[in-house]
Ligand binder design. Structure first.
Ligand code: FAD
Ligand code: UDP
Length: 367
């Protein structure tokens, strides 16, 4: 009998396993994929650490979380500065003075940029925005919306901006400095050598079974431990009894190219509707790689259906209401704890997942 069965070897499950084994508890981790790490898994191809499930940049302003993750790897000084390609044009993200001076050749100063954006906002201002398009134009005006937001967002969410709720982009960071740093956090970087090594260390004290889907062995696994930490999809755990939650999935098309530098940046977003993918990741640039070849991944956003990998919860009002029903049911469980992106149906970044997992174990140990 184990103290804990942990379903899923992603970041949430791995932090729980590490903290629980440190506190003297025995853990069995079951993972349906044939590798550990969940979506932060990295694998080496051509000597390059490839982010198999999409670009993962660690960022946080929480000193405790930053110190915590630094126990397991050394982080480099990578700063996320994505590029946006719109037709034959190329811009810096997030929206900042580098973007504005390129969009409008007669704009040089912050005051000129502000005046330009303000005049566009006034032209089509809606007092109570009813959809994402109206909200975006209220915030940044027509030009930025049309070139840098509309196509990308419609591809990402699979529906027109006029049918998406405004709250998805409550705020869009607009910076009137020449600063291409995508995040505002105090700490940022990529673990040198990739993320898998971190998970491997976290799981060192636990027993791990790969290729083991909880639902294929539900009966025997439910009695193998005193408690269960479940990091899979909560609606699946309850056999979709209240209905299926919606997710967005992603198809990654990964290719090795006979060039040492394909796009000169780790992340290039394609913001026009006529390009079918949302972005191309060139993995070597996360670690300033000098390898002779390069590996790129095109990301295609798709509607999730049963059997696909659920990457992004769709946290609109309808789905959040449905999730609430599952959460209430889960709160009654004595033996099962739900955690992580799928267990809590929340668009969590890595630093939040770490914090939540540490807190979950603290409660378990100290009550
Ligand atoms: P997961 O990583 O999904 O782990 C869950 C694990 O459970 C998986 O390994 C899964 O196979 C397993 N599992 C599920 N069901 C079962 C079952 N029935 N039986 C056995 N095993 C099961 N965060 C950042 O901070 N920075 C970023 O730049 C960033 N970029 C992202 C880009 C993309 C495309 C995506 C999808 C996410 C990104 N994130 C980013 C978020 C980050 O991936 C998550 O915060 C983190 O991976 C969540 O960890 P988790 O353990 O909750 O979930
Ligand atoms: N977004 C956009 N254009 C871009 C990048 C992002 O309009 O070039 C919008 C889009 O609506 C997207 C949201 O910003 O859904 C968040 O995107 P981001 O890449 O920051 O987050 P992620 O999808 O990686 O969680």
């Amino acid at each position: 009998m184990y103290d804990y069965l942990i379903v899923g070897s992603g970041l949430f499950g791995a932090v729980c396993a590490y903290e629980l084994t440190k506190a003297g508890k025995s853990c069995l981790v079951v993972e349906k994929r044939n590798h550990i790490g969940g979506n932060i898994y990295t694998e080496q191809i051509e000597g390059i650490n490839v982010h198999r499930y999409g670009a993962h940049i660690f960022h946080t302003s929480d000193r405790e979380v930053w110190d915590y993750i630094n126990q397991f790897a050394r982080f480099n000084h990578y700063i996320n500065s994505p590029i946006a390609r719109y037709q034959s044009e190329c811009y810096n993200l997030p929206f900042n003075m580098n973007t504005f001076t390129k969009l409008w050749p007669d704009v040089f100063t912050p005051a000129e940029a502000k005046a330009r954006i303000d005049s566009e906002r006034r032209e089509r201002f809606t007092s109570e925005p009813k959809n994402l398009e109206e909200q975006a134009i209220n915030l940044v005006g027509e030009t930025i919306y049309r070139k840098l937001i509309k196509g990308y967002t419609e591809k990402q969410w699979g529906r027109p901006c006029t049918e998406l709720p405004p709250f998805i982009i409550k705020r869009l960071p607009v910076r009137f400095t020449f600063d291409n740093n995508y995040f505002n956090d105090a700490y940022q970087g990529i673990p040198i050598g990739g993320y898998t090594q971190i998970i491997k260390q976290m799981l060192a004290g636990a027993e791990v079974r790969l290729g083991c889907d909880f639902f294929s062995h539900r009966k025997s696994l439910t009695v193998v431990a005193r408690k269960i930490i479940f990091t899979g999809a909560i609606d699946q755990y309850y056999d979709y009894c209240f209905g299926a939650l919606q997710y967005r999935s992603v198809r990654f098309e990964t290719e090795t190219l006979e060039t040492d530098n394909f796009q000169g940046n780790a992340v290039v977003n394609y913001t026009s509707a006529d390009v079918p993918y949302t972005r191309i990741i060139e993995h070597k640039h996360f670690e300033f790689g000098q390898q002779p070849r390069t590996v790129i991944s095109r990301e295609y956003s798709t509607e999730w259906k049963k059997g696909d990998e659920p990457y992004y919860p769709v946290n609109d009002l309808k789905n959040n209401d449905l999730y609430e029903k599952y959460r209430e049911r889960a709160a009654e469980e004595k033996k099962v704890i739900f955690g992580g992106r799928l267990g809590e149906y929340k668009y969590y970044d890595m630093h939040i997942v770490i914090k939540n997992a540490i807190e979950t174990v603290r409660k378990e140990i100290n009550g």
